[in-house]
Ligand binder design. Structure first.
Ligand SMILES: CC(C)(COP(=O)(O)OP(=O)(O)OC[C@H]1O[C@@H](n2cnc3c(N)ncnc32)[C@H](O)[C@@H]1OP(=O)(O)O)[C@@H](O)C(=O)NCCC(=O)NCCS
Length: 200
């Protein structure tokens, strides 16, 4: 991996806000599915609040991600993940997402973490972090969050499903014992050692 520096963004990184916003806009054009557009002012605010992770290659912006909380901090999402095209394929997104995951857990320890994505790369990263796929009813009902989908060309699909499903996969990390218990039971029930074929 190239020698990237990955850290929680601080005041000195505010100068990258416009470039991050532009990179998100550029990536959205290429993807066809929704990638929330964020203004430079919004990115700047996230940096100033200590809620963003930045990756640099020397002094060059390589990647970015920020943390958002919803429903009075009951839910938290790491959003706006972007790796500049020339730096992709070096596990950089994975490293940024992990850093953002730990930042979100530090800032909002009791919150459920969730994400919406069509990106296989992000699904892989999230699964590794302990997220599981869920229908949207498991996610936040904060209308401000869902407003972020309004720019997406599939917004009508979301509306028609009553905000239950869309093209994105919803993924949830629940820090409460409930999910941990479910995951434990699921992994133990996956064993086929004790399975016997049904008798006719
Ligand atoms: C998605 C994105 C962040 C991935 O960045 P990256 O640094 O190349 O990703 P990584 O190298 O960390 O890859 C992470 C995992 O995803 C896999 N992966 C990466 N790109 C992939 C792709 N296009 N298709 C399928 N899998 C992919 C990698 O193999 C790796 O999986 P592994 O650990 O099982 O090998 C980058 O392509 C990007 O910025 N895209 C545009 C913006 C975007 O889609 N953001 C996500 C919004 S939800």
């Amino acid at each position: 991996m190239k020698p990237f520096t990955i850290s929680v963004a601080t005041e000195q990184h505010r100068k990258y806000a416009q470039e991050v916003s532009d990179a998100l806009a550029e990536a959205a054009k290429g993807r066809g599915t929704g990638l929330a557009q964020r203004s430079a002012a919004y990115i700047d605010e996230k940096i100033s609040q200590g809620k963003a992770v930045i990756a640099l290659y020397k002094e060059e912006l390589a990647g970015f991600c920020y943390v958002e909380s919803w429903e009075h901090e009951r839910y938290v999402a790491t959003s706006g993940l972007i790796v500049k095209p020339q730096f992709r394929g070096h596990s950089l997104a994975k490293a940024i997402k992990k850093e953002a995951f730990h930042l979100a857990r530090r800032l909002f320890p009791g919150a459920k973490m969730f994400g919406l994505t069509t990106s296989l790369a992000v699904m892989r990263i999230n699964s590794e972090l302990g997220f599981v796929p869920v229908t949207f009813v498991e996610l936040t009902s904060d209308t401000e969050f869902w407003k972020g989908c309004e720019d997406c060309q599939y917004y009508d699909v979301l509306e028609r499903s009553g905000y239950k499903n869309c093209l994105c996969t919803g993924m949830l990390f629940d820090p409460t014992p409930k999910q941990k218990e479910w995951k434990r039971k699921k992994s133990s029930s996956l064993s086929l050692e004790d399975w016997t074929p049904p008798t006719q």
